[in-house]
Design a protein around this ligand. Structure first.
Ligand SMILES: [Zn+2]
Length: 583
């Protein structure tokens, strides 16, 4: 879909009633020339949230969340920039225009729309077939035996594909779709003799939709025992990419944005069962290893104020562990708090809520351990304690994991003690071993996780703002970035401002991934209002000072601390000025 024109975005901005918009999320009160209320982004009793009605900006003096109307909608509804423009245009009745596509792009867009329409039609057909067809009785029984209600099946648009060879084919042709379109949507395939037939037959159909609810493909579970693989998915095509999909994301997103967390499970029915049990934030990954793209989608539950949480309720077998460690690294880079729910062996989340109720699952969520802790405990539990070599091996694995936990933290101390205890070696020895294997790129402290999005936000805003952005990008000093990776990204962007994806170092995949993310996010928004850039930079300055205050207070430097507090007051006053408040 082509991007909205700059003019459209300006007119939408013009039309927005900021006070009205924000009032839907929190009550605002007029105080002199400004509006204030309880912050919708963090818990508080006295209002520190401020709205500048004229400039259409918001800022929270408590948690530092701030921006313009578009960002407010992005944050509260979990939308990307273009989606936020669309939604605000709708509510304020602004006629939108998109950038003129070249004819080839226009044709691709129209084709995608046709395929979306076809998949939507297929979804509705399968869902009706599950409810009504005699041959779907066994499927209905199976789903009922898993404890799933008709309501939850309807909400996730679960269906059933007829066992005949060509029901989808015939119906879609009658609806005006071509054979080529059926193939491209992954609904039909060609046999050896060249004839077309339905890809999915006699299977329970789980629609795989994107976050906006558009169906891109299907996961299909067989009902008979003798007909191909148990699970069959749409094969990779222009619309459907397995590594991007999260089953249930369209339904789970609303709840997840509210609670700030996702629950990741393996099976389709697990998602349905959890949803039915009142845990609405569940999604399923297709395949065992989590991809960069899936994590990016899950990370959206966090914001510059709140670190997003992702709970994994997966099989934690030995093979899955390496994959989980990869996910853990991706999560650190994105500032996501990844936790592992300890599941009883051989029991999936659907079984658990069916047998023991929703509370049993919620209790396990409450007890979920951070990824590293979970892995260390697994290594220790699996260790062969009978032989010295078995203990050495476990110690080797454990120290690698422990070395990834920041030093001088309670978590690290506890893990060292546990390892020493279990492997029967001195605490000092484990501590020294772990210190020696300190990884080159140490993960950040979780306490700084809330600063990460603010830093990434500044990079994105600068990149989308032309010469003004180039100027602002040069302003922050190294210590304005809590994450070393963001410092490297800033240096790269300063050097390659006009072509950020060029000259990315091959030996630094984390930098490559971040620059890609920032560059693409910047692409879809037009030049940013200078006030927003200013606010974003001041916010980084405020966070930098707060980090220093913490350090000074740990080191007992009281004079330094009060100097810093005064500096922070000045920054807050400047932020107040941006918000239209006079001191
Ligand atoms: Zn706040």
């Amino acid at each position: 879909m082509a991007l909205f024109t700059k003019d459209t975005i300006d007119r939408v901005r013009e039309a927005v009633d900021m006070v009205h918009l924000v009032s839907e999320k929190t009550d605002l009160r007029r105080v002199g020339t400004r509006w204030t209320g309880l912050c919708p982004f963090h818990d508080e009793r006295t209002p520190s949230f401020s709205v500048n009605a004229d400039e259409k900006l918001y800022y929270c003096f408590g948690c530092g969340e701030g921006g313009d109307a578009f960002k407010f909608v992005q944050q509260t509804e979990g939308l990307d920039f273009q989606e936020a423009v669309e939604q605000l245009a709708e509510r304020s009745g602004v006629q939108v225009e998109r950038e003129q596509d070249d004819p080839a792009a226009e044709q691709r867009r129209r084709r995608r729309e046709r395929l979306h329409a076809l998949l939507d039609r297929a979804t509705r057909f399968y869902a009706t077939y599950l409810r009504e067809a005699a041959e779907a009785a066994a499927a209905r029984e199976y789903l009922a035996s898993r404890g799933l209600s008709e309501d939850v099946l309807a909400e996730f648009r679960v269906g059933y594909s007829p066992s005949a060879w060509d029901r989808m084919l015939v119906g879609a042709r009658q609806g005006g779709f071509s054979e080529e379109e059926l193939m491209a949507a992954g609904l039909a395939q060609r046999g050896r003799s060249g004839g077309l037939y339905d890809r999915f037959r006699g299977r329970i159909m789980f629609p795989l939709a994107d976050a906006r609810g558009r169906v891109l493909g299907f996961g299909a579970r067989q009902m008979g025992e003798d007909r191909g693989p148990k699970y069959l998915n749409t094969s990779e095509n222009d619309l459907y990419h397995k590594g991007r999909q999260l089953f249930g994301i369209d339904v789970a997103r609303k709840d997840a944005m509210k609670s700030g967390r996702f629950v990741v499970v393996e099976g389709y029915t697990d998602v349905l069962a959890l949803h039915q049990a009142g845990i609405g934030e569940a999604v399923a990954i297709m395949g065992t290893a989590m991809t960069q793209e899936q994590l990016a989608e899950l990370a959206k539950v966090g914001d510059s104020n709140r670190r997003g949480m992702v709970f994994l309720a997966l099989d934690a077998d030995r093979a899955g562990r390496e994959a989980m460690l990869r996910a853990a690294r991706l999560a650190e880079d994105r500032g996501v708090d990844l936790r592992v729910i300890d599941m009883p062996e051989g029991t999936d989340p659907a079984d658990l809520v069916n047998q023991d109720g929703a509370d049993a699952f919620k209790e396990r969520m409450d007890r979920a351990a951070p990824m590293i802790e979970f892995q260390v405990r697994r290594v220790l539990a699996d260790a062969d304690l009978e032989t010295p070599s078995g203990r050495d091996q476990a110690l080797g694995e454990a120290r690698k994991l422990i070395s990834a936990v920041p030093e001088r933290t309670a978590t690290r101390d506890a893990l060292v003690r546990e390892a020493a205890d279990r492997l029967d070696v001195p605490v000092d020895y484990v501590m020294e071993q772990a210190a020696r294997t300190r990884p080159a790129s140490a993960p950040i402290l979780s306490s700084t996780g809330d600063a990460l999005r603010a830093e990434r936000e500044l990079l994105t805003l600068c990149l989308s703002s032309g010469d003004l952005g180039r100027d602002y990008l040069a302003r922050p000093k190294d210590d304005h970035f809590a994450l070393e990776l963001h410092r490297r990204a800033r240096d790269h962007l300063v050097q390659h401002f006009d072509d950020p994806l060029s000259a990315l170092p091959e030996d630094d995949p984390a930098l490559g991934a971040l620059v890609h993310d920032v560059a693409f996010a910047a692409l879809e928004r037009p030049a940013t209002d200078e006030r927003v850039l200013r606010m974003s930079l001041l916010e980084l300055e405020r966070r930098r000072i707060e980090r220093e205050i913490k350090r000074a207070s740990q080191d007992g430097e009281h004079t330094r601390k009060s100097e810093l507090a005064a500096a922070e007051q000045k920054v807050l006053q400047e932020l107040g000025a941006v918000m239209g408040q006079t001191a």
